[in-house]
Design a protein around this ligand. Structure first.
Ligand code: DAT
Ligand code: MG
Length: 149
């Protein structure tokens, strides 16, 4: 089953939106695999955002993600990466479609609430970066047959 890393970033945690994010992903039909509330270290932040190193917003991005706790999670489902990205909305909240999290709860690209892996390959890499294999719970949900075809 395809897996994706989801972070409720510090702004989402501070604003009391952890439940809102989880609720939308549950409602969509995605299945929770792992979760950890945590303070992000400088080292993990730099590894997670290595692809953005050198960009003008990089330093601010590292400061933001390490500024307060995040809720780190793994979710799975058919096309989990695409489904979660769609539920989050476009990176820039003012370009995010109405009804998406970033549209409904954010205004600025540097305070856009959530992170979600952008491809199945990056999903695997990010899940491995943020979680130990034994933290991933393999389970069957009573409703699976009504959500997964
Ligand atoms: P996403 O989080 O939608 O995957 P991304 O991977 O391109 O977006 O960028 C990672 C984060 O960096 C993004 O959530 C917010 C920040 N960011 C991206 N582009 C930015 C920009 N032009 N100015 C400021 N922050 C930016
Ligand atoms: Mg990204």
């Amino acid at each position: 089953m395809e897996k994706t890393l989801v972070l409720v970033k510090p702004d989402g945690v501070q604003r009391g939106l952890i439940g809102e994010v989880i609720s939308r992903l549950e409602r969509r039909g995605l299945r929770l695999v792992a979760a950890r509330f945590m303070q992000v270290s400088q080292e993990l932040a730099e590894q997670h955002y290595a692809v953005h190193k050198g960009k003008p917003f990089y330093d601010g991005l590292i400061r933001y993600i390490t500024s307060a706790p995040v809720m780190a999670m793994v979710w799975e489902g058919p096309n989990a990466v695409a489904a979660v990205r769609q539920t989050m909305g476009a990176t820039r909240p003012t370009e995010a479609a109405p009804g998406t999290l970033r549209h409904d709860f954010a205004l600025e690209v540097g305070r856009n609430l959530t992170h979600a892996s952008d491809s199945p390959e990056n999903g695997e890499k990010e899940v491995a970066l943020w979680f130990h294999p034994e933290e991933l719970v393999s389970w069957e949900r009573a409703t699976d047959a009504w959500i997964f075809e």
